[in-house]
Design a protein around this ligand. Sequence first.
Ligand SMILES: [Zn+2]
Length: 250
Amino acid sequence: MTIRGIGLHSGEPSKVRFHPAEGPVRFWLGGLELRPLASLVVDTMRCTVLGQGHLRLMTVEHLLAALYIRGIWEGLVIEVIGPEIPILDGSAQEWLAALQGFPSRGPQLEPVKGTIRVEEGRSSVLAQPAEAFSLTVTILFPHPKIGYQQVQCPPTHLEALASARTFGFLHEVEAMRAQGLIKGAALENALVFSEQGFVNTPRMLHEPVWHKALDFLGDLYLAGRPYRGHFLAHRGSHRLHVELAKLLQT
Ligand SMILES: [Zn+2]
């Protein structure tokens, strides 16, 4: 099966194909391999970008979140033709469906050994030892339709997060386009907020924080294996998430 779409930031068309293969999950770009590891992240400004030598692959987070949710760490090669993973509908639901045929495979859950905290301004992410995996994500946006939002998994199932879309603000669109970003953004692939309300309709009550939790999972996948512990992200960013994934590995 080939999944086609355009990149959110590049606006370029790209194709993704999944192939069963022994060994750890990895990307395959024109015959060269790229592992989804925090140590290979080269940019986290608006999306998570992997790179090695001249290779670059943008916006890996939603596909990696789907791999995290499905528990797939081994047995898969992801062939990508194009500079960016397609944004599709802005969520991970299509990735989750496409991965259905692949079995969960990977190492045992590794316990988080001590408290790891990464902070920047009023943002922070944290990992703590715990008996089972759990995740709490909160956001705070000074917008009448967002404000403070929280999601906790469990009770919310990780799978339920998959349909939450990327979100953005109409007033930011022009500024980002001027920087050459979000060339592929459209109302079909994002939840967009106007100054006071919504430009399109949300899929669920707290879609922004559910999407932040999805982004967190995608970046946590870059730790290279699943962990058992309590994870917390308050006003998280790709930069902080990836930093936490790096520290987990050490
Ligand atoms: Zn995202």
